[in-house]
Design a protein around this ligand. Structure first.
Ligand SMILES: Nc1nc2c(ncn2[C@@H]2O[C@H](COP(=O)(O)OP(=O)(O)OP(=O)(O)O)[C@@H](O)[C@H]2O)c(=O)[nH]1
Ligand SMILES: [Mg+2]
Length: 252
């Protein structure tokens, strides 16, 4: 380029035959032509790689945009709370189990010395569950709204409101208590079947108040619950209750 410029300035002549260095206007015009030609050459040289680079940048940008949209969707899904109802006959241990599940460091037996107080209507406990069931560090934890519903039929009129938009149901009854065994099917009909939930959205705790030492009483599970997942529990079942609940939440 420099060589071309020098040659032009010193050796080219204008239309009248004068050297260009003696005619500034003609020299300027010639330089302009040279610069334009050089620019065209450079454009031709870099146009293709530039276009490829531009397309690649666009693709990379588009990829990150879609990726972040997907991420956003997953995060939204993860941030959605699950509404889970805990229902069953009166004095079965629902409140005790609900408090245990909500308090990740607590023990089920912490409720041993608590005086029985019938739940009034329903209470809502919010906590994280799911993953591998071993506390907040575990991956894929889900926010849970656990509705601890009174077993008293005095509150029956509020059941439709309580059931509204429930994602799943946990039934809890004492399998050694005959009235409980008779009643639990009705709770299943009301809160699972009538709500249009499938049996997979129902977890049952057959929660024993005491087990006779050395003599295992056979578990009575009413036929209607045969398709639901039934977990036996008692005061000493901390791990199995927490694990069963976490697995249930993870699969809702
Ligand atoms: N021995 C024994 N007692 C328990 C167990 N779980 C709960 N209890 C006791 O049983 C009583 C009733 O427990 P709650 O958890 O309040 O029962 P609930 O099902 O919430 O009762 P409602 O709110 O009336 O429907 C309390 O005095 C608890 O201490 C258990 O596993 N073993
Ligand atoms: Mg209660």
């Amino acid at each position: 380029m420099v060589f071309m410029l020098l040659t032009t300035v010193f050796f080219e002549r204008d239309t009248k035959g004068l050297p260009l260095k003696e005619n500034p206007r003609a020299l300027l015009g010639m330089l302009k032509v040279l610069v334009r030609r050089a620019r065209d050459d450079l454009e031709a040289l870099f146009a293709f790689p530039l276009r490829v680079a531009l397309l690649l940048t666009q693709d990379i940008f588009r990829f990150f945009l879609t990726f972040s949209k997907k991420e956003k969707k997953t995060l939204n899904a993860m941030s959605d709370k699950l509404k889970i109802l805990l229902v069953g006959p009166e004095k079965a241990g629902k409140t005790t189990v609900a408090n245990f599940l909500a308090n990740e460091k607590g023990k089920l037996a912490d409720g041993k010395d608590m005086p029985y107080r019938s739940t009034c209507g329903a209470r809502i406990l919010e906590f994280e569950a799911g993953g591998n069931g071993r506390g907040r560090d575990s991956k894929m934890q889900t926010s849970v709204e656990l509705w601890d519903v009174s077993g008293s039929q005095r509150f029956e009129s509020s059941w439709p409101a309580i059931m509204h938009e429930a994602d799943a149901v946990v039934l809890l009854y004492n399998p050694d208590n005959r009235p409980h065994v008779n009643e639990i099917g009705l709770w299943f009909e009301w809160f699972v079947q009538k709500a249009g939930l499938s049996s997979s959205k129902c977890l049952v705790f057959a929660h024993r108040m005491k087990t006779a030492v050395g003599c295992e009483i056979q578990l009575r599970v009413p036929h209607i619950l045969s398709k639901a997942q039934v977990v036996e529990s008692d005061w000493d079942s901390d791990d199995s209750i927490r694990m069963a609940f976490s697995r249930f939440v993870a699969n809702i």
